[in-house]
Design a protein around this ligand. Structure first.
Ligand code: HAM
Length: 415
């Protein structure tokens, strides 16, 4: 029996990978315009890093981490997200000493043991960005603007950017107490999960997908009405800057996030086209995280997009496999040798050239050139070879003319 891949972990095959590459190139281009540099961190970290940052009572830490002990007995975890690992690297390499603002981005696989379904996988990929060192609301607006800039670049414009503020360690505990008091009056209507977590993680109850919980908490108090003066001013300024640049957004007073490190501005880019997995990108501020991980007291804000979800949304607007510029069809052993070195030369000069490897008939070679979508075919038989020429056929209009083999690179506009 053959061995198959792991459930919820996908292979990305040619035909699909071109869309991935398109998204990656667009992200790199847009992020660079906003002054972000790439950072690459390992896919495995000490388990403690994620427990301390994401939070012990979150779904991710409670149920979804791929954790194991290495041969030295250290508990390690496949990263379930990028922010914690990037902050670990930021602190370890003292990046704050180099520049008061660190703007970093990353791409790569993340791992969560979730129930796989469309748009939700156990190995998935994020493209994320983090800005550390600035609490000015302009950076919040810039991060959101950068996200929208990216979505505009890739041609996805029917997304809803929802924004909220989750307060800070000064105002959130007071709000939390009020929320717990409110939930206590509705316990009978909550699902088992929420009855269990309403004291440990009451905000998550607002995000519960069970219909009973949604109805029971419809009148729950909102964090936005309980922000302290500092958080209120900050959020007002974020909205103002977003309006100044004409950003499209809505306020979602019920939005909470599944990770504990968030403070103040939080946001999600939501689509109506992916069923339950409606968040294509999400993020927010995490002003206490760097400190909590043993670094200096520096604020931060960032987001991550789910690449699989982006690819699903791109739908028909896929990037195709690049067809060859020319297919070199050869007849006979000597012509095959000549064509092989011609291919080598063309490729080094920037032309996508293909040959046949099976010594097949001209008809079969033409069929293959057609299947590959080659724009042109060069036919070299023994007679042509002795004269140092080939028949250059344009596959679009089926015209054909003789060209000198030495002149071919120039004919094709090669370097
Ligand atoms: P998150 O909301 O857990 O936030 O994930 C961000 C995005 O990753 C989601 O909106 C979704 O598109 C994608 N995603 C998450 N889980 C899965 C999955 N199982 N399958 C497919 N896609 C998934 C974070 O991870 C934060 N680190 C974001 C952030 C960066 N906050 C501040 N900086």
């Amino acid at each position: 029996m053959s061995i198959t891949g792991i459930k919820g972990m996908n292979d990305i095959l040619p035909g699909e990978v071109e869309t991935w590459q398109f998204l990656e190139v667009a992200a790199r281009r847009v992020f660079a315009l906003h002054g972000f540099s790439e950072i690459r961190v390992p896919v495995v970290e000490k388990t403690e890093l994620f427990c301390r940052s994401i939070g012990e009572t979150t779904d991710i830490v409670e149920k979804e981490m791929y954790s194991f002990c290495d041969k030295g007995g250290t508990s390690l975890t496949l990263r379930p997200e990028g922010t914690a690992a990037v902050m670990r690297a930021f602190i370890q390499h003292k990046l704050h000493a180099l520049d008061p603002v660190a703007k970093l981005y990353y791409l790569g696989p993340m791992f969560r043991y979730e129930r796989p379904q469309k748009g939700r996988y156990r190995q998935f990929h994020q493209i994320g960005a983090e800005a550390v060192g600035v609490d000015d609301p302009r950076i919040d607006a810039q991060i959101l603007a950068m996200l929208q800039h990216f979505f505009d670049e890739i041609g996805l414009d029917d997304l809803d950017l929802q924004v909220n503020s989750l307060g800070c360690p000064q105002c959130r505990p007071l709000y939390r107490t009020q929320l717990v008091d409110f939930l206590e009056t509705r316990l009978g209507d909550l699902c088992d999960d929420c009855r269990r977590r309403y004291t440990t993680n009451p905000l998550r109850v607002l995000d519960c997908k069970a219909t009973g919980c949604g109805e029971a908490t419809a009148a729950a108090p909102a964090m936005l009405d309980h922000l302290c003066e500092g958080c209120d001013e900050h959020f007002t300024a974020v909205r103002l800057h977003l309006e100044d640049i004409g950003a499209r957004f809505t306020i979602n007073r019920r939005m909470v996030r599944g990770l504990d490190y968030y403070t103040r501005t939080t946001f999600e880019m939501v689509t109506a086209n992916l069923g339950a997995q409606n968040a294509v990108a999400a993020g927010g501020r995490y002003d206490g995280l760097v400190r909590q991980l043993g670094g200096p007291a520096l604020p931060g804000i960032g987001f991550a997009m789910g690449v699989e979800r982006l690819v699903l949304l791109m739908g028909e607007d896929r990037r195709a496999v690049q067809p060859p510029d020319i297919f070199l069809a050869a007849l006979g052993d000597v012509a095959q040798r000549r064509v092989f070195s011609l291919m080598h030369d063309l490729q080094r000069r920037g032309v996508r050239a293909e040959i046949d490897y099976q010594g097949r008939s001209l008809k079969a070679q033409m069929r293959r050139a057609d299947k590959l979508g080659a724009a042109r075919v060069l036919i070299v038989g023994e007679d042509e070879l002795t004269r140092g020429v080939g028949q250059l056929r344009n596959m679009g209009d089926s015209t054909q003319r003789e060209v000198s083999l030495d002149e071919l690179p120039r004919e094709l506009g090669a370097k």
